[in-house]
Ligand binder design. Structure first.
Ligand code: PLP
Length: 387
């Protein structure tokens, strides 16, 4: 392809960080010294693979203030969320499980599966800004759930939840508390102990690591049944020969994300503010503008303009953005996050997400703003001709 669109969809996935790629190459047989091995083998090849996995585990743990033995490698965030919810539920009698109304489908769907298996499911409401509704949360906790899951940062709005407070309240009510921190990793400070959660989900591909790698960080007091049984890898919680290359990449990506997080957060927040100002001048409604949010995410709509149409036009003009949530964009329904916030479906259908990342330059943002104003002008003209 001769022309590469400007990538403004970093919450969907991120390009592999070149330093991560370098670290992975020997394990893909693509650089000297070529490395391979089954981390369970009791010979030199196996020991090298085990050492690489252990080193990566220590890096992932360090990025979130956890102990290495609390890190269970998985195939990604979806598996880690499923492992916590279904794995913990499998060791209990069916009871009450509570998840927020704005969770990613890979939390909502396993919670619904538990419901079909005899659990009672409560979705905790959010306010108009997308923050967990404190009164509804108290009401849910009064019913004494065994499992509670509330995401740290929302993939669409970028809203940050006060997970430390929610986790403390849930623990006091006798629940194990899990948080999906996939979108938070590398963007905000994360500390497993300070948050006081019992489970935390991470994913490599959102932070410059490879697709198909992630982790559940889990307090050892939580009893979990594995989703995948077999050879007993990952403390028996996730059998299967470890994907050493991906795990090595995940470890390095965590280290890199941690090292640049503070500077990047400032840089991206200032670019994000520029985008928001320009959008505001065009009459856009910025969702969750009044809440604490990730520094890189803008979720908005312009009255009378369909989100899919706008994203299509921007794509043809050389800018890759998302309409609604990229993870569920095969689904034409308006964003469940916006509906949970009480946004009218007609407005939610206009939603577009711009998410920035480490390669987003100020010049990209300025070109985006210019192009966006032109595209919106064209669409508004079309709408007025049609009216
Ligand atoms: C908040 C959130 N949780 C979980 C996931 C799933 O992670 P993975 O793609 O690694 O399965 C995503 C990915 O889009 C996400 O945004």
């Amino acid at each position: 392809m001769s022309f590469a669109p400007v990538y403004l969809d970093w919450n969907a996935t991120t390009p592999l960080d070149p330093v991560v790629r370098e670290a992975m190459l020997p394990w893909l047989g693509a650089a000297e010294p070529v490395r391979f091995g089954n981390a369970s083998s009791r010979h030199e090849y196996g020991r090298q693979a085990r050492a690489a996995v252990d080193e990566a585990r220590a890096r992932v743990a360090a990025a979130v203030g956890a102990h290495a033995t609390e890190v269970i490698f998985t195939s990604g965030g979806s598996e880690a969320n499923n492992l916590f919810l279904k794995g913990a539920a499998a060791t209990m009698k069916p009871a009450l499980v509570a998840v927020s109304a704005v969770e990613h489908p890979c939390v909502r769907e396993p919670a619904r599966q538990l419901q079909r298996g005899g659990w009672t499911l409560r979705e905790i409401a959010v306010d108009a800004e997308g923050r967990v509704d404190i009164a509804d949360c108290q009401a849910v906790l009064a019913a004494r759930p065994r499992l509670v899951s509330v995401m740290l940062a929302n993939n669409e709005t970028g809203v940050l939840q006060d997970v430390a407070t929610l986790a403390a309240q849930a623990r006091a009510a006798g629940a194990w508390f899990h948080t999906d921190a996939v979108q938070a990793l590398g963007k905000v400070e994360l500390d497993f102990r300070t948050l006081g959660v019992q489970g935390m989900t991470l994913s490599a591909h959102k932070i410059g690591g490879p697709l198909g790698a992630g982790a559940l960080v889990v307090d050892k007091r939580v009893e979990l049944a594995p989703l995948i049984a077999g050879g007993g890898q990952e403390r028996g919680l996730r059998s299967g020969t470890e994907n050493v290359a991906a795990i090595v990449g995940f470890g390095v990506a965590c280290e890199r994300a941690l090292a640049r997080r503070a500077d990047e957060a400032l840089r991206l927040a200032s670019l994000r503010d520029e985008v928001e100002q320009a959008l505001g001048a065009l009459g856009a409604r910025i969702f969750s503008a009044g809440a604490l949010r990730l520094p890189n995410t803008v979720f908005f709509a312009i009255a009378g303009i369909d989100g899919e149409t706008l994203v299509g036009k921007l794509d043809r003009a050389g800018f890759a953005c998302a309409s609604g949530s990229a993870c569920s964009s095969a689904n034409p329904e308006p964003s469940h996050t916006l509906l949970a916030m009480g946004v009218e479906p007609a407005v939610a259908r206009g939603a577009v997400r711009v998410s920035l990342g480490r390669d987003t330059a100020a010049a990209d943002v300025r070109r985006f703003i210019e192009t966006f104003a032109r595209v919106v002008g064209e669409l508004k003209n079309l709408a007025s001709v049609a009216a």
